[in-house]
Design a protein around this ligand. Sequence first.
Ligand code: PGA
Length: 255
Amino acid sequence: MAVRRRLVAGNWKMHTTVAEAVSLAEAIGAGLDAHPACDVLLMPPFISLWAVGRHLAGDPRLQLGAQNLHWARPGPHTGEIAGSMLTDLCTHVLIGHSERRQEFGEDDAVVHRKLEAALSCGLLPIVAVGETQAERDRGAAAQVVAEQVRRALVGLSEDEAARCTIAYEPRGAIGTGRAAQASDAVDAAVGIRSVLGSMFGPVAEAVRILYGGSVDGDNAARFFAEPAVDGALVGGASLRAETFCAIVRAAGPPA
Ligand code: PGA
């Protein structure tokens, strides 16, 4: 079976000025162990990627990602950022976060186009999926998430699929302080891996599946006790270096 190194990713969302982002990255760098047992990814706002990257240059413990990209190549798309503009700034890109889906109407078709754009530029995508609270309440969570995964990754080669990470984030858990039960995160991860298996065969075993939604220093260990959970996508708690480093420490090596 594939050994999946765990990943703890901090999604800073629309927080931090450039100076604040550099300070936060510096504080995280100072708080991390010399050799973290898992991968650590910071996703500051676009405007800070360059400065944070310069600052971290040479620190092999920290990777950088963007929170979004446009599906198109560079052209007349005011206010947008193309994948090819990101490749010398970062290695990863988050696609389909529920805030993008809710606030900007990004549907599975858009997520798919963005995923193709990211892969064609050599970026490593983190595809966020997750049901709404209403969908969970009516028992449709597994089906909704399976469809999101299918529609996002349809048509990818096995090699492309292997470069993806999936983040399961139930909407009711994002930014609410009400993290999912670890058993719900496991059920989702198992379901997602089975969809990936039906689409891509054994390659599915290499794909990391993260949990996200109100992960903090107190509850992180609950999720990381589960071998099915390959890491965490952390929002609010990633803005405090001490807490974020505690989550990284809790993640540990592959379970
Ligand atoms: P949260 O956000 O940790 O603040 O709930 C997670 C996310 O939206 O990625």
